[in-house]
Design a protein around this ligand. Sequence first.
Ligand SMILES: [Zn+2]
Length: 202
Amino acid sequence: MDLTKTGEFIAERRKAKNLTQAKLAEKIFVSEKTVSKWECGKGFPDTSIILLLCEVLEISANELLSGKLLSKEEYKINAEENLIALKNQQARYAKHLLTLEYVVGFMSSLIFLISIFFSVYVIEPLAWKIVLVTFGSLSFLIGLIFTLLIEREAGYYQCGNCGYKRVPSYKEVLFSMHMGRSRYLKCPKCGKRTWNKKKIDK
Ligand SMILES: [Zn+2]
């Protein structure tokens, strides 16, 4: 915060309201000397006075602290920048999850296939075959649960017919065909079955 700038701003607004230092001081219950001090940048209004001062000068506390009037656009730009930053943050998180989904899905399927292969062609004792198949199936199941969770957590699917966006249920994810990042789903809005593309950004 720049005390000189804030002081000049207080003086500017006071003059714009056709107030003398004495008149302003009277309105906000402080001494004329106090107002003079603020305007010279030698002090700043106490928090208990700020709101009253802002009301008299017809400015916001934000503007007082900035030492200038803020246009609606400046407020808007600020709000939009924050919104974009938030959206980017969410998109990065979703991308990260989807990469993880690929890796886990691939690894668990690979472990499953290798386990089945070894139990059928390599390992002889039946007990070991059972252990291997169980291990492989468990790995597959864990991978499946993990990808199901991510499918619901990251991004959404968009209907190929009407463009309707939504996150499918676990059941839909489990029982629908998929190719890469597309999934064959029935749209709850238009009722058509189409290939739905996975989207990350909303
Ligand atoms: Zn649709």
